[in-house]
Design a protein around this ligand. Structure first.
Ligand code: SF4
Ligand code: SF4
Length: 141
């Protein structure tokens, strides 16, 4: 298990209607971050402030840099993403990733080959990495 490399896959996958926010989060945005609250409509995120329709991409996903890694074999250019509301992003975003199977399904790049052979240990490592952002996952779910 490695740290998040900001590949952006999770934000791209869930930013177009796959996220939700609790009423308390929305209230907080309305009071403290109106520029975030304007992308909420009828309790749903992220919505077009003009039309009220679901956006096809998260408005806060930012391309940080096209990263160039030069290896001996080939040159790979990889885009790195960041969140422009990182400290005030929804809990849904703060909590991701929660489970190993979800990461495998989403192609999360934190997963390493060795994690697939011992998913129990990988889950413990993931919970440790994520301990600043969320409680440990429930092993019964
Ligand atoms: S709010 Fe931030 S973390 Fe959440 S989907 Fe958008 S860019 Fe990603
Ligand atoms: S998919 Fe995984 S590695 Fe990529 S940005 Fe999301 S958490 Fe980080």
């Amino acid at each position: 298990m490695q740290n998040c490399n900001q590949c952006g896959k999770c934000c791209i996958k869930y930013g177009n209607g796959g996220l939700s926010a609790a009423p308390e989060e929305i209230d907080w945005w309305e009071n403290h971050r109106p520029e975030i609250a304007k992308y909420v409509s009828r309790g749903k995120i992220w919505m077009d402030p003009t039309s009220g329709k679901q956006l096809t991409a998260c408005p806060f996903l930012t391309i940080e840099s096209p990263q160039s890694h030069t290896s001996t074999a080939e040159k790979i250019t990889k885009t790195k993403y960041s969140c422009s509301i990182y400290y005030d992003r929804p809990d849904d975003c703060k909590y991701y990733p929660v489970k190993i199977d979800e990461m495998v399904r989403d192609g999360c790049e934190m997963i390493e080959l060795s994690d697939l052979t011992d998913t129990r240990s990988a889950q413990i490592t993931l919970d440790r990495i994520m301990s600043d952002s969320r409680p440990a996952s429930d092993p019964t779910t």
